[in-house]
Design a protein around this ligand. Sequence first.
Ligand SMILES: [Zn+2]
Length: 349
Amino acid sequence: MRTLATVWDERYCTAAARSVNSTTKQADVVAMAVSVLDVRPTTFDEEATWRDVAKVHLPSYAQAVRTGFPRSLAESQGFTWSPAFATALARIWAGQYAAAEIALAEGGFVFHPVSGAHHAGIGSGGGFCTLNFLAGAALRLIREGRVERVGIIDLDAHQGNGTFEWVRGEARLAHFDISGSSWGVDVTPKWATYRVAHNARQYDTALRELDAWLDDVRPSVVFYQAGADCWQYDHVGGITGVDRAFLARRDMRVLSALMVRNIPTVINLGGGYSGVAATLHAQTAVIAARLLNGDATLIEVEPDADPTVPIWRPRQREDLAWRPRHRHYGRDRRHAHRWGGGSWRVGPR
Ligand SMILES: [Zn+2]
């Protein structure tokens, strides 16, 4: 049986995200999917990685993330900075490029189980995202002349507003984004497709545009953000009617579309904050491994449990204070989640 090539380092995990699972869930995903994974050794040059980060992000921001100063900028994504967290971010940055190299060399799918890129912009983090390793690996591949065009398929439940800061000025960076709320930035270049889906039916309609987008932009390599925060009961995302079976069909559809076109693909996690997020991400890996073995039958998925499954909640509402930079509001006022363009601050107001 062919296993799924995987780039992974347990040092990716830290305690930086104290109130969400963003910096710990990766280990759970790897543990759940381990039987289908083939973890590859990679090398890590920290100095060279930070030099690369400073070519993509503003050097002052890269420096802040590396050193922790100024702290407000280093923690602009809403996490708690530490030296271990900074090194983990650099490892993830390098890992995304390493995963892309394997995908380009061998074809097929490479699993890089990380999240936390797409709200990070050129000069700051946002919405639990610090460094945009998607833009980083893509722009390096382009800069080095190794690919004609990189495609980012962002199926996290939120718009990849940070990624768009690079996409809007770079036609070799193509973007396909389905978001569960109308929050976001305007996206106009013809190499970017942005759709809003408020429920499973609209999501399905939007997903049907993927084939045309792939045939139009013809990416040399794709980074697929298989977001699990679209799951209907996810506290932070949550799109009506999107259950576990829907997400399995979504992943099958996306990965099949890439496979029939022979497009090397790196699969990342994206958001997913519920108690079943790691299970949903592992499900993506299993589907990819099955496809690599020529098995396109839908996997059997447990029906959704009722929404009382453990989900992330702030320990205290008062622990979370929002510092908006500009006005974009999430669809769901119940949770008052406002993404990007500012940052969650954990701690006293
Ligand atoms: Zn999200």
